[in-house]
Design a protein around this ligand. Structure first.
Ligand code: ADP
Ligand code: MG
Length: 354
């Protein structure tokens, strides 16, 4: 998880080197006599916050209840940290068994399988065995005393268990097959999905002006107080000492989402090697391609979240090519051998920059 952006409630686009605005406006009008509201909490090992603007005083309790219901539903179905989640029940099931996925889990699985194919396995929802092996699952954790990275043999064994095609997914009946030892992990997509769900839920409750964030993945709808869009500054990765930081990019999240994957949070060093929490499932090892971060803008946060991980794994060249072929707006930040940071924008991202 990297923090995709910092919400700025009083800022506007002036004095910015780069400002990104969506190509379509949704026609929403600022509310007269509006008031701003905010709630926050913890979920999925991280934090969430919801900001919204409503005409006149609005009770926050129904919003808190609605947000909590959406978070609870996604956790109950898709958490790898909850022994009794649907996902964990599947992960622990004996070889040769068939399972029916509940609707939300099926929706996320279909998106994840599509991206697994499109990215040639760079994004892989079946990489749970590898994720655990490298200490990024619930147990053992890389932060546990005495934790050491796995041996080559253990990596080879886990690599045999991460074939997403072995799931034999049957979309119409939502059935999937446990070939034995295959572990699903939706951590790179579920946060984005729940952000979308919360945002839609607010809209259904008559609250179309909102900003929803879970673990740094953000979705903005409508306008903030004062008629401005929800402005968010993309966090730029830390530069090496002595090197300049990159210019800040300010994005108008108006019917738009942003997610960032990065190599500088949730990372450990062992034997002089940095092991970040994103794994290349094609080789079974954490990334070492020099990408510091990838930010993706998309209308759906599920896709922003999943694409940012896929592109991080693919790296600067392959990633930019695939994102461009799919019209994905992405900003790649590369750590050069001399410590400098350099940026690449895909054509769709350049279009947003005007
Ligand atoms: P980031 O914000 O850096 O993308 P996320 O929390 O969205 O981080 O996703 C990282 C998590 O996704 C890891 O902790 C792991 O559980 C899982 N993961 C790691 N590598 C992959 C991959 N190649 N494909 C799908 N999921 C992955
Ligand atoms: Mg992600």
């Amino acid at each position: 998880m990297a923090k995709a952006g910092v919400v700025c409630l009083s800022c506007d686009p002036s004095h910015m080197n780069r400002v990104l605005v969506p190509l379509e406006l949704d026609g929403s009008m600022p509310l007269l006599g509006a008031q701003a509201h905010r709630l926050d909490g913890q979920t999925m090992g991280t934090t969430w916050q919801v900001l919204w603007v409503a005409a006149g005083p609005s009770r926050s309790e129904p919003v808190r209840v609605a947000v909590q219901q959406e978070l609870d539903l996604v956790v109950a179905q898709m958490s790898t940290w909850l022994e009794r989640s649907e996902l964990e029940r599947f992960n622990r099931a004996p070889a040769g068994t068939w399972h029916t996925a509940p609707e939300a889990m099926a929706e996320v699985l279909e998106a994840a399988l599509w991206l697994a194919e499109a990215s040639g396995g760079a994004f892989n929802p079946a990489a749970g065995a590898l994720v655990n092996l490298w200490g990024f699952g619930p147990s053992p954790r890389y932060t546990d005393p005495g934790f050491v990275p796995p041996t080559d043999g253990a990596v080879e064994d886990a690599l045999r268990l991460n074939d997403w095609r072995a799931l034999q997914w049957q979309g119409a009946s939502r059935r999937l097959y446990q070939p034995g030892g295959l572990r699903l992990d939706f951590s790179a997509i579920a946060k984005g999905y729940v952000v979308d769900r919360v945002s839609r839920r607010l809209k259904d409750m008559g609250l179309p002006h909102s900003l929803v964030e879970v673990g740094g993945e953000l979705r903005g709808q409508g306008l903030r107080l004062g008629g401005q869009p929800w402005w968010v500054d993309l966090e730029s990765p830390p530069a090496a000492t002595g090197s300049a930081r990159l210019p800040t990019t300010r994005v108008a999240l108006h019917g738009l989402c942003v997610a960032t994957s990065g190599d500088y949070r949730r990372v450990y060093t062992h034997g002089g090697v940095r092991w970040p929490h994103t794994i290349d499932p094609r080789h079974g090892r954490p990334l070492a391609n020099g990408l510091a971060s990838v930010s993706v803008l998309h209308r759906e946060c599920l896709w922003a979240d999943a694409w940012s991980t896929a592109l991080t794994v693919l790296g600067n060249e392959e990633g930019v090519a695939l994102a461009s072929a799919h019209g994905i707006a992405a900003l790649f930040v590369q750590r050069e051998p001399d410590g400098r940071l350099t940026e690449t924008l895909t054509p769709a991202m350049k279009e947003l920059a005007g």
